[in-house]
Design a protein around this ligand. Sequence first.
Ligand SMILES: C[S@@+](CC[C@H](N)C(=O)[O-])C[C@H]1O[C@@H](n2cnc3c(N)ncnc32)[C@H](O)[C@@H]1O
Length: 237
Amino acid sequence: MDKLKGLDLEGKLVLDAGTGAGNMTRYLENWGAEVVSIDLNSKWQMECRESVKRTQFITGDLSDLNFLKGDRFDYVICNFVISALSETKNLLMTSALREFYRVLKKGGTLVIIDYYPFRAEDTPSSLHDVQTQLWNLENAVSELLGEGHLEEYPPDVISQELKSIGFQNTDVSILLDEVPWPMDLLKEHESLILEDIEKLDDPEIKEAFKKKLRILIERAKSEEVRSGSIYELRAIV
Ligand SMILES: C[S@@+](CC[C@H](N)C(=O)[O-])C[C@H]1O[C@@H](n2cnc3c(N)ncnc32)[C@H](O)[C@@H]1O
């Protein structure tokens, strides 16, 4: 995938917004960037710490970066994070985008990489029913756990938001058209959903969700499940 194509990262100060499993953190460090990697969840960061050398890890909320000085970063990279911002979605997304604008230098670039929304009418991909049902199941479990649900935004909605904040030259490109979901990714997804189901209190609801998950995963193995298209959005301060 041509992620971050043409960006000069060598020696640049980069905010990796949302460490997650640390794939982007490692990538940025390998390209010679000075990385500050932030996530709400310190568990992932502990694991990632072992595979990088210079990165500074901070546990914090992207919607309130008051611990970072403004006008400082050359790049903010948001790799599959906008769709994971939890709870009061719109407010949180706007707050995070405002914070990215504040911490970027004049001329600095925000890069957002994410999936096109599954259900939006303007999505370029029509997703398989199993995929949509898995998505719904995941969101239902999240809601019951009080964690809010995942929300994917069409890039033009994000672009409008960015322009109203003050970003310029917003540019969107498709990185990857819909592709078959690899089996290992499906397995990983299954275990993540299962982990969340196990946290539920009600044994009957738990069983019902597990059963539904088993059925969907079996269907996904025998039918061809495809993932949505991925876009890269760049905006300049
Ligand atoms: C899909 S993962 C990110 C993947 C990662 N960027 C990579 O390239 O491997 C989404 C991450 O966003 C984090 N996240 C969600 N809401 C957040 C918030 N408000 N502040 C900081 N991190 C947040 C989650 O904890 C999760 O680790």
